[in-house]
Design a protein. Structure first.
Length: 202
């Protein structure tokens, strides 16, 4: 979201008032943009406002509420407030399961984030379980070349590799590599890391 988008947020709020779900959505988008620029304080403020407005206008069980909550979790992950991030991601997962079902593609992203958070604090067993769940959902709901389908395979394979579980690491890394080569071509820089991992396995 650029400055013109911020101006759009101000204009919408002036015309529609704070009780419009679109204002909540724009706050959530603004939070993610501020996070991407490293402005964590303002990202947190926008995320919290997005959650408050979205809950009030759409309800606590709406998928957009889950996405707003996840936006705040991303900020907490970036500021090393892992316990807060975990709780929020779990909320986003529960809302999404309740509203959209257990195999919705958005759960791939949320479960991947929870798995990464577990791994960050050294809980590798739970990290593997969450990433396995993410891969299973990706197999049902996403194309192999989708970003999240590739990401969860690569990260689960990398986690197995770090645990010296080469039998599980190799097929996942090969799948991620094949999808990346199909999507970008064999010479693209994104192909390098899975190739390096396969070299380590070999």
């Amino acid at each position: 979201m650029c400055s013109s988008d911020l101006e759009a947020l101000i204009d919408v709020e002036k015309s529609a008032g704070p009780d419009d779900s679109y204002v909540g959505l724009l706050n959530t988008l603004l939070s993610r943009q501020r996070w991407s620029k490293g402005d964590m304080a303002m990202a947190k403020t926008s995320a919290e406002r997005g959650i408050e407005i979205t809950r009030r206008t759409l309800g606590p069980s709406d998928p957009q509420t889950a996405w707003a909550i996840d936006s705040l979790a991303i900020v907490y992950r970036s500021t090393d407030e892992g316990a807060k991030a975990e709780e929020l991601i779990k909320q986003a997962i529960a809302i999404t399961q309740q509203s959209l079902g257990d195999d919705h593609p958005k759960l791939v992203e949320y479960r991947a984030q929870l798995g990464w958070q577990y791994g960050h604090r050294g809980d590798y067993a739970d990290a593997i379980v969450e990433l396995q769940r993410a891969v299973a959902i990706a197999d049902k709901s996403l194309e192999p070349e989708d970003f999240w389908s590739i990401a969860v395979r690569h990260n689960l394979g990398d986690l197995y590799l770090n645990q010296d579980d080469l039998d599980h690491a190799e097929p996942l890394t090969e799948q991620a590599l094949a999808a990346l080569e199909k999507k970008y071509g064999p010479e693209h820089p994104n192909v390098a890391i899975p190739l390096q991992n396969l070299g380590a396995i070999a």
